[in-house]
Design a protein around this ligand. Structure first.
Ligand SMILES: [Zn+2]
Length: 381
C-alpha cells in the first residue's frame, strides 16, 4: 500500500513496452492484422530446458528445497514443446526423485534428507507422471502419501491442510492434497471432509479465491481452489457468476496477457493460472468449448511477442527467463490454442502446436490419462 502512484507508473511503463513490441511486428490487438510472423522458438526453448536437465547433479545440489519443482517445470515444458526426453534423463530423474522420498512417510521432500512436504509431493508426482513410464509411477507410495495427507489436515481449521508438520496452510496446500489424492486414486470422504466449505469461505467479494478466508482474490489461489472443487465435484459451493466475472476481467486490454490480481501488472505465469480456469468453468457451467471467454490470440501474442527470450520465457518485458515462467507461460499458450474450439495458434502456419495440457493437473493430457489408468489397476493395500 502507499505506492499507488508507483504502481500506475509501472503499469504505464509495461504497457508502453508491450505496445512497442507489438508495433515492431505490426500486431494490432483488435484487428489481429500483422505483417511479420509471430514465432514460437521451439528449438531454443527445448535447448534451454535440456541443458538445465543435463546438468542435473550440479544444479540440484545448490537449489535447496525446490528440487522436484525444478524437475517438474523442465520436464513439463519439454512435453508441452512436444519433445520426448531420453531414457537416460528418465532414469536419472527417477533416481533423484527417489532420493527425495521420505523413508518414514513415503511422501516427497524438497530435497534429499529434508522433511516431507505437500508442495514437493505434488511436484514429484507431476514430474513422475510426465515421464510417462511405469517405472516412474512405481516409486510412488500411495498408502504412505494418503496417510501423510491425512496427517496434514488441520484440527483447528476445518477443511485446511498444512504444507508440512507445523507448516503454513493456504489454498496451495489444499490443491496439492486434493490433486495428488485424485490422480493416485486415493481421494475419499476422509480427505475431502470440510474442504469444499473451507474453499467457499476463501471466495472473496470480488469473486476470485484468496489464500485463506478474507484474503485477496488471486490468480494462483483461484486456480487451486477451483481445480480442487472440480476434482471433488463440489463447485456448487461457489458463486460461479461472480467467479466468472472476476476471471474475465484478468485479461489486460493493451498487453493481452493476464494479471493475477485487480490493479496488478501483467505476468505470463497467469497465462496458466488464470487461463486454465476457463476450460474448468466452461465445463462446470455447460458453456460450449468453442466459445472463448477471453481472447486466446491476444494472450498468445503477449507470451510469444513480449515474453520470449533467446532461450526460455519470462514474466514481462525487462525480466530474465526462468524455468517457472517457461513452463507456466507455455502451459497457458497450450490452453489458448487447444481449449477454444478448433486449434487456434497465432504463430506461423506449419509450426507444431503445443501439446494439449490437462487443466486440472497441469500435466500434458495423455500423461494424465496414462497415470489414471495405471493407478486404477493397482489396488490400494
Ligand atoms: Zn509470474
Amino acid at each position: 500500500m502507499g505506492d499507488i502512484g508507483h504502481s500506475a507508473c509501472e503499469q504505464r511503463r509495461i504497457q508502453k513496452k508491450v505496445e512497442e513490441l507489438f508495433d515492431i511486428i505490426k500486431f494490432d490487438i483488435i484487428s489481429k492484422k500483422y505483417r511479420s510472423y509471430v514465432i514460437l522458438d521451439q528449438q531454443s526453448h527445448i535447448s534451454f530446458c535440456l541443458h538445465s536437465l543435463e546438468s542435473l547433479p550440479k544444479s540440484v545440489s545448490t537449489l535447496n528445497s525446490g528440487e522436484p519443482w525444478l524437475l517438474f517445470w523442465l520436464l513439463h515444458a519439454l512435453e508441452l514443446l512436444n519433445y520426448q526426453v531420453s531414457d537416460d534423463i528418465k532414469d536419472r530423474t527417477i533416481d533423484f526423485i527417489s532420493q527425495c522420498k521420505c523413508k518414514r512417510t513415503g511422501a516427497f521432500c524438497g530435497g534429499p534428507y529434508q522433511i516431507p512436504h505437500l508442495a514437493p509431493t505434488y511436484a514429484a508426482v507431476s514430474a513422475l507422471m510426465t515421464l510417462d513410464c511405469d517405472r516412474a509411477l512405481e516409486i510412488i507410495d500411495r498408502q504412505g502419501i494418503r496417510n501423510f495427507i491425512l496427517s496434514m489436515k488441520r484440527q483447528d481449521v476445518k477443511g485446511a491442510f498444512t504444507m508440512h508438520e507445523h507448516g503454513e496452510s493456504d489454498m496451495r496446500s489444499i490443491y496439492c492434497a486434493i490433486s495428488v489424492s485424485s490422480i493416485l486414486g486415493i481421494l475419499d470422504e476422509e480427505i475431502m471432509r470440510d474442504v469444499p466449505e473451507h474453499i467457499a469461505k476463501c471466495q472473496s467479494y470480488e469473486g476470485g479465491i484468496g489464500a485463506e478466508p478474507y484474503g485477496e482474490a488471486h490468480g494462483g489461489y483461484t486456480y487451486c481452489g477451483l481445480a480442487s472443487l472440480v476434482l471433488m465435484n463440489r463447485t456448487d459451493v461457489l458463486d460461479l457468476d461472480k467467479l466468472m466475472s472476476w476471471l474475465v476481467n484478468r485479461q489486460m486490454s493493451v498487453e493481452g496477457g493476464f494479471n493475477g490480481r485487480t490493479n496488478k501488472l501483467v505476468d505470463s505465469c497467469y497465462s496458466f493460472w488464470v487461463g486454465a480456469c476457463f476450460p474448468l468453468i466452461k465445463e462446470v457451467m455447460n458453456i460450449p468449448t468453442e466459445i472463448s471467454l477471453y481472447d486466446p490470440l491476444a494472450l498468445q501474442a503477449y507470451v510469444l511477442v513480449a515474453c520470449q527470450a533467446v532461450m526460455g520465457l519470462f514474466d514481462k518485458p525487462g525480466s530474465s527467463p526462468d524455468f517457472y515462467h517457461t513452463a507456466y507461460s507455455l502451459g497457458g499458450v497450450s490452453h489458448a490454442e487447444n481449449d477454444n474450439g478448433p486449434v487456434q495458434w497465432i504463430f506461423k502456419e506449419g509450426m507444431v502446436a503445443l501439446a494439449p495440457n490437462d487443466p486440472l493437473f497441469n500435466v500434458v493430457r495423455d500423461k494424465v490419462t496414462r497415470a489414471r489408468r495405471y493407478f486404477e489397476k493397482i489396488p490400494l493395500n
